[in-house]
Design a protein around this ligand. Structure first.
Ligand SMILES: [Fe+2]
Ligand SMILES: [Fe+2]
Length: 301
């Protein structure tokens, strides 16, 4: 099902968190200095670190992006949509899915890393503390539930990683753009014109991004949340768009309207690793209420 070479380790990251740490290093200190200083990042080092983020990446992160850029083809992303978007694998409530995701154990640094559930709660609690609407808090709480794809046997490179449009030219502002030369689509003329298989201004809804946890959770919840929340979920890893201003020629008015929401969400995702982990049992009743306000008891996964 997944096309990796047998000799390759499909999961080079010590944990999914290692990818999140890399993102934090690339983006948080530059765009959200207050949040960065909260996390103990030295402001004097910021710009240098930003310039060298690829060079300084840990070997596992580098290898992860090499696999991601090599194997996420237009056909692969399409096949995964067909495989998973039937949503007939499981029926679970939101809290249940969060607990299920939490069984994904971090192999690195078990003492200091946050669990998946704690990352979700930390994201949503910061959104709540800033006085945002309830649907925004809920989007924060569920944004990474699509990572349960890992528990269903998907390799890391098909679950996390910055997403990018397949089926058209790769922007050089995607991270590690040199690894796209190994992607079979790179030499396919159908997919490497500026527009590729798309029409100008077609809207991101028509664009097949590389497959991962964003697209999956969007489909699971798309009937239940307002559009800004859905855009946050679906595009939160599409850094080339929301941070680098690339691929604008594929967007429509609706996407451009949603972009501010996607950007508003991003610092909360990067803003984890708080000094005190959230108390899951204390917070649970609040979230059970919030979940019940928007979702049925069980959803199709
Ligand atoms: Fe995510
Ligand atoms: Fe996240």
């Amino acid at each position: 099902m997944n096309p990796t070479d047998d000799r390759e380790n499909p999961n080079p990251l010590q944990s999914l968190e290692e990818w999140d740490d890399f993102l934090r290093g690339r983006y948080l200190e530059v765009t959200s200095p207050d949040l960065a200083s909260f996390q103990g990042v030295d402001p004097a080092k910021k710009q240098d670190q930003f310039r060298n983020y690829e060079e300084d990446a840990r070997p596992g992160v580098r290898e992860f992006y090499r696999l991601n850029h090599r194997y996420q083809t237009y056909q692969f992303a399409r096949a995964k949509r067909q495989q998973y978007l039937t949503l007939d694998r499981s029926q679970m409530g939101i809290w249940e899915a969060a607990e299920y995701l939490n069984t994904l154990v971090d192999e690195s640094d078990p003492d200091t890393d946050l669990s998946q559930l704690q990352h979700l709660l930390q994201t949503s609690e910061h959104i709540r503390a800033d006085g945002h609407p309830r649907w925004f808090i809920l989007a924060g709480f569920i944004h990474d539930l699509g990572k349960i794809l890992c528990l269903w046997g998907e390799p890391q490179w098909a679950v996390v990683g910055d997403t990018f449009p397949t089926g058209c030219q790769y922007s050089g502002k995607n991270v590690f753009p040199q690894f796209f030369t190994d992607n079979p689509d790179h030499d396919d003329r159908r997919y490497q014109s500026r527009l590729g298989v798309y029409e100008a201004g077609c809207g991101l809804d028509q664009v097949q991004l590389s497959w991962g946890h964003d697209e999956y959770i969007y489909h699971v919840v798309k009937d239940y949340l307002p559009d800004p929340a859905l855009s946050m979920l679906r595009y939160h890893s599409f850094y080339a768009w929301h941070h680098e201003d690339e691929y604008g020629y594929l967007t429509n008015d609706r996407d451009r309207e949603m972009l501010d929401w996607v950007k508003a969400f991003n610092p909360y995702d990067l803003y984890t690793k708080s000094h005190s982990p959230p108390n899951v049992e204390e917070l649970r009743p609040y979230y059970e209420d919030l979940i019940a306000e928007y979702f049925p008891a069980k959803l199709n996964w």
